[in-house]
Design a binder for this molecule. Structure first.
Ligand SMILES: [Zn+2]
Length: 241
């Protein structure tokens, strides 16, 4: 499997913890990469799909340490995924340099109602010679709003808003808003808007595998057939054939 930015950031953030991080169910033995119970580890099936856009994950404090966090699934599928921990007063200089690099057209992915109307976009249009860089703010809903408001370095960029036509299938965390999607689901919607339909499907399916394994890792009950993994393999192996 490919070790990526989210795995590195996890190690870094864990090393900075002054106290041991106590995730819910911390006595469970988890794979350190996918964070599922080791018997349901999905790492062997990790599939990367070549796409034009890149993602930048801006993570709130210890969000990366939560086993239920889905940002790692985006980096599994989209090779060019960057990640840093958010800071209000000292944004990481490498992160700021990345978003200001002329090869990228950054889009902050956020609901339209929080942005000035002139910043809002519903389609991904990129000047010739540039590639889209989708910036996702990852934390609880109130943390994401805080990051959106208090990051001056994000303010010059357009805000891409998505209108998902389905509710979250993610039963792991209680959503603050009914239509509040998990981070990986948002990324799948964004890929679809950018015209990367196959990658969008792979990521949506990969997310379903994670959700199912996460839930069944706690319940010990058999999964309903066909499992999300069966559907994921059917999708990725058909394309490869
Ligand atoms: Zn794993």
């Amino acid at each position: 499997m490919r070790i990526h930015a989210l795995h590195h950031l996890y190690d870094q953030r864990l090393a900075q913890s002054t106290r041991p991080f106590r995730a819910r169910g911390c006595k469970i033995v988890r794979c350190k990469h996918c964070m599922l119970t080791t018997d349901l580890c999905m790492c062997a099936f990790q599939t990367t799909v070549p796409v034009n856009p890149a993602f930048l994950m801006v993570m709130y404090d210890d969000e990366i340490l939560k086993p239920s966090n889905t940002a790692k699934l985006i980096a599994d599928v989209v090779e060019e995924t960057y990640a840093w921990i958010w800071s209000r007063t000292e944004p990481n200089p490498e992160m700021v340099a990345l978003v200001n690099d002329p090869q990228w057209q950054p889009f902050v992915v956020f609901p339209a109602e929080y942005a000035e109307p002139e910043r809002v976009r519903e389609t991904v249009e990129v000047p010739v010679g540039k590639r889209p860089l989708f910036i996702l703010l990852d934390g609880t809903w109130s943390q994401a709003k805080k990051m959106f408001r208090k990051s001056d370095w994000l303010h010059p960029f357009p805000v891409l808003t998505i209108n998902p036509d389905h509710l979250s299938r993610y039963g792991v965390r209680t959503a603050a808003k009914e239509h509040h999607l998990a981070t990986a689901e948002v990324a799948a919607e964004v890929l679809a808007v950018a015209g990367e339909n196959y990658a969008a499907n792979v990521l949506a399916c990969w997310f379903e595998v994670f959700s199912q394994h996460y839930l069944y890792g706690r319940s010990q009950k058999p999964m309903p057939e066909p499992t999300a993994l069966t559907r994921f393999l059917a999708l990725t192996q058909t394309e490869a054939a």
